[in-house]
Design a binder for this molecule. Structure first.
Ligand code: MIC
Ligand code: SF4
Length: 649
């Protein structure tokens, strides 16, 4: 640690929050968490976990519960979740942002985020907070519950990458294109185990919402987080939010050392788009010129800030949406909507023929607006994983607001630079602020009296047995590279309402890949899954570990894992193992039987676990990178058991 000369901003924040471990890349560290956020789809489980810890109140500086993912209310389940979340928040001292108030990341940035603080959120796009200089990290609901209880959050010390921004973006090129350019270079798995820290003269040319677009989509690089310094631009943003007292200047030392350095000249970036069906499948918009577009969706936590919707409105002023395009808008927050309305810009959007949706995630998580068969959808979102839109063979392109609006007007891909003079968007000196849809918790002495209301759909998480000495299991499914949590545990209008009910939601595990999977798992009394590279990328949903655990999955054997999912597997007692020889991945097939004997001892003694493939009469070796603490979690059958055992001791 002391070998470093100057310190990066990330280093400084981690150092100030360090409670356990050494800050050496890859080593497990524990950090104190100042703030937490949850959203409804992961929050119900998180608060059930918290409730089972028996604490009277959260111990963080600030915890906020948002309802933004599932607001369709097609059945009673959804409304039941909302009332549970509202009452449980009041009971335990959590702020509650009501359905319709906006997407968690956008609202948190506006109303709660504080530069230099740590934020842990049960949503993978929590790094949006890095746009104002927070160290903001996504995790599973159980990790967030533990942090709400005041315990540290454990993670491998990331490598810190300096991204030096030079120059200035050209007209019609925006922050979305910056992160798409990085995705093109680094890929959806290139950022695993890293934090991207932005610096250089280009930083000051970007507004807070633009910075937040970049840190938000750093998640698509697989990164642990992304962060910008807190400077005069941050100050102006917080001042306009009437939160000047929360501002403090933060930056890296001039001679700070980094593990890697990347340079990006903003002036050379052109309008880009991610083609189906991964965010790193990036190409220049001009190369798609003329390709017919049927649907355009503007919104999501990536691109629905004041800056983005003012840009949308200005580009649409006096124009009409193409008659063969369905164009929707889901504003990032009620504050954004109120402010574009006050600025007179909402009417240009309405006049153009845009379909107005709620201030929620909406189509981004498959809650409506499923595209038609064979059609092309252009979205300002951050993920275009196959099937996420609700259509199995969807063709979803990710683009900036500028590119998406151009497509909405012309009904086809058009390089936005051909649209004429680019509007210049300036941020308001003071936003219209109305926190009427944020309910603060009652004072501590009144909290005990709050009755937590739980409808019939709300069920506690099942708990696993400790890891047995030995087990013999069948490969229930073999999948390829870049399997997302949307493959493992799909979301969308049908399945999201089941997030508080593990026995029922587990029927849908891998349903889009192999509809027989969950039935087979139950019939066989469990088994294992074989995966390729970057297994479990995408969402933080712990249901992608919890539901397989319920089905009896004992281990996942993969070529590599995405960070949050790996951590969720450990939390729920599923062994995440990596092939020592990747040729073994090729040879294993569905139906093979593996004998893991003496696995508890093997786990304790080293980093390698050997199993016998009974059906092929040979052995295979796997590596794990579990810390001593994580080994104990796996042995205990998951973090809940481990925490209980520790408490008893
Ligand atoms: C997503 O974008 O996939 C989600 C829905 O926001 C998830 C959280 C969830 O599955 O509830 C995420 O990004 O973590
Ligand atoms: Fe919501 Fe989409 Fe953002 Fe996830 S990525 S939090 S679903 S808007």
């Amino acid at each position: 640690m002391s070998k470093r000369k100057g310190k990066s901003l990330t280093w400084k924040i981690i150092e100030q929050h360090l409670v356990d471990g050494k800050m050496e890349p890859g080593q497990e560290i524990g950090i104190r968490i100042d703030q937490t956020l949850t959203q409804d789809a992961t929050g119900t489980m998180a608060y059930l976990h918290f409730e089972s810890m028996g604490l009277p109140s959260v111990k963080t500086k600030r915890s906020v519960s948002y309802v933004d993912h599932n607001t369709l209310q097609t059945g009673f389940m959804n409304a039941d979740d909302h009332i549970f979340l509202q009452t449980v928040a009041a009971r335990f001292g959590v702020y509650f942002s009501r359905p319709g108030n906006g997407i968690c990341h956008q609202v948190h940035l506006e109303r709660f985020g504080v530069p230099g603080m740590t934020l842990l959120g049960s949503d993978s796009h929590t790094p949006t907070g890095g746009g104002i200089g927070m160290l903001a990290i996504g995790a599973g609901g159980l990790d967030v519950a533990v942090a709400m209880g005041g315990a540290p959050f454990y993670l491998p010390m990331p490598k810190i990458v300096k991204v030096v921004l030079k120059g200035k973006l050209q007209p019609f090129v925006s922050a979305k294109d910056v992160i798409l350019e990085l995705l093109r270079r680094i890929s959806v798995k290139g950022g695993v185990g890293k934090i991207y820290e932005y610096s250089g003269p280009g930083v000051k040319t970007l507004s807070v919402p633009e910075r937040a677009t970049i840190t938000n989509m750093g998640t698509e690089l697989g990164a642990t987080s992304s962060i910008f310094p807190s400077d005069e631009v941050t100050r102006a943003f917080l001042k306009a939010q009437k939160r000047l007292k929360d501002w403090r200047p933060l930056s890296a030392d001039p001679d700070a050392e980094y593990d890697e350095v990347i340079e990006l000249d903003l002036s050379t970036i052109e309008p880009l788009v991610a083609q189906p069906s991964l965010p790193d499948n990036v190409i220049e918009v001009r190369k798609l010129k003329g390709l017919k577009v049927n649907q355009v969706c503007i919104g999501s936590c990536t691109n629905s800030s004041y800056r983005d919707l003012m840009m949308m409105a200005r580009l649409l002023k006096g124009k009409k949406i193409h008659p063969e395009v369905s164009c929707t808008l889901s504003p990032g927050s009620r504050q954004v909507l109120q402010n574009i309305e006050r600025a007179g810009a909402l009417r240009w959007i309405i006049d153009a023929g845009v379909r107005l949706l709620e201030c929620t995630c909406g189509p981004c998580i498959g809650m409506g607006q499923t595209p038609g068969t064979g059609s092309i959808s252009v979205r300002t979102f951050n993920r275009n994983f196959k099937g996420r839109s609700g259509l199995k063979d969807d063709r979803v392109y990710l683009a900036s607001v500028e590119t998406a609006v151009a497509a909405a007007i012309y009904g086809k891909f058009v390089d936005p630079r051909t649209l004429g003079k680019a509007p210049r968007i300036t941020m308001p000196q003071v936003f219209t602020i109305d926190d009427g849809m944020i309910i603060p918790p009652p004072p501590p002495r009144k909290r005990k009296k709050v009755k937590v209301i739980k409808g019939p759909n709300i069920k506690y998480a099942p708990v696993k047995e400790p890891l047995p000495e030995s087990f013999m299991v069948e490969v229930l499914l073999k999948v390829g590279d870049n399997i997302t949590t949307d493959h493992i545990m799909p979301a969308g209008a049908k399945i999201l309402p089941l997030r508080s009910n593990i026995p029922v939601i587990s029927e849908y595990v891998f349903s889009g890949v192999d509809p027989e999977f969950s039935k087979r798992a139950l019939q066989k009394g469990g088994g294992i899954i074989v995966g390729g590279e970057n297994y479990g990328q995408g969402s933080s949903r712990e249901h992608a570990a919890l539901a397989p655990m319920y089905l009896g999955i004992k281990a996942v054997l993969a070529r590599s894992f995405a960070r949050i999912h790996w951590q969720n597997l450990v939390n729920f007692g599923i062994l995440p193992l990596v092939f020592v020889d990747s040729a073994d991945y090729e040879q294993l097939k569905q139906g093979d039987i593996l004998d893991f004997s003496d696995v508890r001892r093997q786990l304790l003694e080293g980093d390698v676990i050997t199993a016998k493939v009974v059906t092929q009469n040979r052995t295979v070796q796997f590596q794990h990178s579990l810390s001593e603490r994580q080994k104990q979690i796996i042995l205990a059958g998951g973090l809940l058991n481990y925490t209980r055992q520790k408490a008893i001791k």
